[in-house]
Design a protein around this ligand. Structure first.
Ligand SMILES: O=C(O)CCC(=O)C(=O)O
Length: 242
């Protein structure tokens, strides 16, 4: 569970980094399970996972996954992680005891090819007539995430600004705020494998392109309060109905 200082930091800033959230052997197992995933999915992807590919003007670039939805179906280690006490105890501190899985996705930002994720609030994607912005994310590091390989960045305090007007385009991460990286008021969060950063659905965040030689593989688990539009949720994990 979170300490009062950690909770205060999260409430004020709209993110919280927890070092060594998940043990390294679990992370290594997940890394092994997703080895060579770009080529494997290019060859044949299961229907149950939804993949957004990087799109390049240069046709000679290799096929690279931007985002893979339902990563719990390709990696048993990620599936165990999303339902682990280490994860759900923090989530419970943030959204209470009734927890459902909203989704689990890999964000693979490949070495040299991974593109920038534009600034946005997740609730701009998730808003429905019958849900509230109660969801919380945990982005878990599988590789070291640095400024060079495009670590996630937050605009501290922006979760208190309400839902902003977003632009929309027909592509992955096609709901976005105007303006590009870098942004002077942004805080980059560098991470080591096993670290997790928690953030609510209204904080403005994004990340720069990966121009380095190192992959930046992350998995984001999104959790919802059970009952806050269950048609969008995959499974009840803890509390009421679990
Ligand atoms: O991978 C990243 O750096 C950001 C991902 C993101 O913004 C999202 O999934 O909403």
């Amino acid at each position: 569970m979170l300490s009062p200082d950690e909770k205060r930091f999260y409430d004020e800033n709209g993110y919280l980094l927890i070092k060594e959230l998940i043990p390294l052997d679990r992370i290594r197992q997940a890394a092994k399970e997703i080895e060579n995933i770009h080529a494997r999915m290019a060859e044949s992807a299961p229907e149950s996972v939804h993949i957004s590919w990087e799109t390049f003007d240069d046709p000679t670039r290799p096929r690279r996954i931007l985002q893979l939805m339902h990563s719990e179906l390709v990696s048993p280690a990620l599936d165990r992680t999303l339902r682990s006490d280490a994860m759900l105890d923090v989530v419970e501190s943030l959204i209470g005891p009734d927890i459902s899985l909203y989704h689990s996705k890999l964000l693979l930002k490949a070495a040299r090819h991974g593109t920038a994720i534009p600034w946005h609030q997740d609730y701009a994607y998730w808003k429905q007539d019958d849900n509230q912005p109660l969801m919380v994310n945990c982005q878990l590091a599988i590789d070291p995430a640095t400024r060079e390989n495009g670590c996630i960045e937050f605009i501290p305090g922006s979760h208190k600004w309400g839902l902003q007007e977003h632009e929309r385009a027909q592509r992955a991460f096609g709901v976005f705020l105007s303006g590009y990286h870098p942004r002077e008021d942004a805080t980059p969060v560098e991470m080591e494998p096993g670290d997790g950063v928690f953030f609510p659905s209204l904080v403005i965040h994004g990340s720069a392109a990966n121009t380095s030689k190192k992959d930046r593989r992350m998995n984001t688990f999104a959790y919802n309060v059970t009952g806050n539009n269950m048609s969008q949720c995959r499974e009840i994990l803890r509390g009421k109905g679990a």
